[in-house]
Design a protein around this ligand. Structure first.
Ligand SMILES: C[S@@+](CC[C@H](N)C(=O)[O-])C[C@H]1O[C@@H](n2cnc3c(N)ncnc32)[C@H](O)[C@@H]1O
Length: 295
């Protein structure tokens, strides 16, 4: 994924409710960023589904909520039995791939995790997965969304939720000798100087295990890995962050409107970082919980 300064906008199609997601959806470069980020998560964790999850031999049902480009489900579908059914839900269809490109056992739906899902979906999924909803959720939303997701899970089934740890474990490093200060470090310090923003992005790594317990899940587990567990992912990690910042600036991150000149000037600095061997690492967290059987 190469970083350039080309920008374009597309319209999005979403349900008619308040949507606090501050990233520009549906642009080709955001779609590429989500796909690269998917590779990073798979490379760092080494799995799609946590090894504690055991699927039934046939007829399993898996839901992915906030599915985006559906890259996770599409890839999982290539590994699972053809009798497994996959359902992706997103508040917006603007990043969905064309239906004709989906395997026959993958279906995508519009759905809002804040509002919940129709009763006929309740108790029907062996596994519900979620990845990277942090930009869309604040404080109490995490418990509310967890409760809606738990309703989807069959008793004895699993909820798996993956997020990064924001600034907590983030380091901007260099892989060559030198004293150059990184532009990215300066940009991130400015953005995360705001305590509300810092707390928002650190919320899941600090609180999601507790939220899972409070929502009544059993066998709660938290798997933590570093983005550079495989060192060849160092430069990908930096590129994904830079693309995320570009998307965020265009989407009005921090409630601020950025001009094209401001965006271009930041991007110049970040390209300079990449060319001078700066890289980034942080931690990824996978939270897992099992819905208890009745009685
Ligand atoms: C950062 S993307 C992650 C996409 C995908 N999970 C992945 O890891 O590639 C977040 C996605 O969540 C969706 N989203 C945001 N708020 C949502 C909500 N309340 N309900 C369902 N989806 C939501 C966004 O539209 C976006 O597609």
């Amino acid at each position: 994924m190469a970083i350039d300064m080309v920008t374009n906008t597309t319209t999005t199609e979403s349900m008619d409710f308040q949507d606090s997601y501050s990233i520009v959806r549906g642009e080709q470069r955001e779609i590429q960023r989500l796909d690269a980020q998917h590779q990073l998560y798979i490379s760092a964790f080494g799995y799609h589904l946590h090894p504690n999850i055991k699927l039934p031999k046939s007829g399993a049902r898996i839901a992915d909520v906030g599915t985006g480009t559906a890259v996770f489900l599409k890839e999982l579908a290539t590994q699972a039995s053809s009798t497994t059914e996959f359902h992706g839900f997103d508040i917006s269809s603007s990043q969905f791939p064309p239906a004709s490109s989906l395997p026959g056992n993958v279906q995508l739906h519009i759905g809002n995790a804040m509002e919940g899902f129709s009763a006929e979906m309740h108790d029907t999924f062996d596994v519900v997965t979620v990845r990277l909803l942090v930009a869309a959720l604040n404080g109490e939303d995490w418990r509310r969304v967890t409760d809606h997701l738990v309703k989807l899970v069959k008793p004895g089934g699993w909820l798996q939720w993956q997020e990064s740890d924001g600034l907590q474990g983030m380091k901007i490093l260099r892989d060559e000798f030198g004293t150059k200060k990184s532009h990215l470090q300066t940009s991130l310090s400015q953005i995360f100087a705001n305590q509300t923003i810092r707390e928002k992005f650190e919320y899941p790594s600090r609180n999601l295990a507790r939220v899972f317990h409070e929502a009544g899940l059993d066998e709660v587990d938290e798997d933590v890995v570093s983005t550079d567990r495989e060192p060849h992912m160092r430069s990908t990690t930096l590129q994904i962050s830079v693309e995320g910042l570009i998307s965020g600036m265009k989407g009005g991150m921090n409630g601020k409107k950025y001009s094209q000149e401001e965006i271009d000037s930041q991007v110049k600095g970040w390209i300079d970082d990449m060319e001078s061997g700066v890289y980034q690492r942080y931690n990824l967290h996978c939270f897992l919980g099992k819905k208890p059987l009745p009685g």
